[in-house]
Design a protein around this ligand. Structure first.
Ligand SMILES: C[S@@+](CC[C@H](N)C(=O)[O-])C[C@H]1O[C@@H](n2cnc3c(N)ncnc32)[C@H](O)[C@@H]1O
Length: 276
């Protein structure tokens, strides 16, 4: 390794978002986020999470762990006379978000760890987080920081998956279960979705709780979002799946996608709470 160069880790979607800046293939992480933007089930749970923020045209709103910043632009449209702030730990994603938001004066993006946010108390009318508590070491600390940043009477919204609901339709349910378990066990907080109400009620008065299924019927979309081939490869490396069976499994998913019988499913919980 060249002196001064960061050591790069092999990129798996289940743990790559913990540290985007040291990922071997950060473009793979970006591709995953970008693809979701075009999928109707992702757009519909996001819409619900925006509605739950109770925004007014002049609200100040924060999106913590904002990724590539797509949601910052959507929020900006909802608060034409307000302010939008994005936070993310990744230098690369902060740069991408700043670039995206550059034409819009009322959007700013700050780099930082959401477990220790550099922000004064009671600044925002609403704060949201989307599919990121799953990757964070201490989700309770992050929710307490989001609550601290919110004004009294303001709203905090979290949207997080429950990976115990993850299902891959195949002709070999045993291999599906092994592949699903490999992804699930690599996520830092795999069942944060179903734990959200319990975490959030420690800091907030719960207002809304909805569960939204994400149903993908294309194997190529599911590959971009669920990293199926790498999950299979990891299972093969650990001796959980025999090598030819892994390849046959992937071919089966592709065939099912062509004949309309493939699906991948994941539930997202959206919970909102008010700061008293
Ligand atoms: C799955 S992405 C979700 C991005 C965005 N919310 C979206 O819906 O597209 C997870 C994000 O969490 C960020 N992240 C991970 N750990 C973080 C931390 N401790 N503090 C702030 N951001 C963090 C990552 O850099 C990444 O942008």
């Amino acid at each position: 390794m060249q002196k001064g160069k960061k050591r790069k880790m092999s990129t798996f979607l289940a743990d790559g978002f913990r540290c985007v800046d040291s990922a071997e293939d950060a473009a793979k992480l970006s591709r995953c986020l970008a693809r979701m933007e075009d999928l109707s089930d992702f757009c519909s749970y996001k819409e619900k999470s925006f509605e739950a923020l109770n925004l007014r045209p002049d609200s100040s709103v924060a999106d913590v762990a904002c990724g590539l910043g797509f949601d910052l632009l959507k929020l900006r449209r909802l608060v034409p006379r307000g302010f939008v702030t994005g936070y993310d730990i990744s230098e690369e994603f902060v740069a991408a978000s700043r670039h995206l938001a550059a034409p819009y004066g009322s959007v700013r993006v700050v780099q930082g760890d959401i477990q220790w946010i550099d922000c004064e108390d009671s600044v925002f009318d609403a704060v949201r987080i989307d599919r990121s508590l799953q990757h964070i070491e201490d989700p309770d600390l992050a929710i307490s920081e989001m609550t601290r940043m919110t004004k009294g009477g303001g709203t905090v919204v979290a949207a997080e998956p429950d990976w115990s609901s993850y299902q891959l339709a195949s002709d070999n349910p045993e291999i599906s279960a092994t592949v699903e378990a490999e992804f699930r066990s690599t996520i830092r907080n795999p069942v944060i979705g179903r734990q959200l109400v319990d975490f959030m009620c420690r800091h907030l008065e719960i207002q809304h709780h909805g569960v939204h299924p994400l149903l993908l019927r294309s194997h190529s979309d599911a590959e971009i979002i669920f990293d199926i081939a790498q999950s299979v490869q990891r299972c093969c490396q650990q001796g959980l799946i025999e090598n030819p069976a892994g390849q046959i499994f992937l071919e089966n998913l592709s065939r099912r996608s062509q004949n309309g019988t493939f699906f991948a499913l994941l539930n997202i919980h959206v919970v909102s709470g008010v700061k008293r």
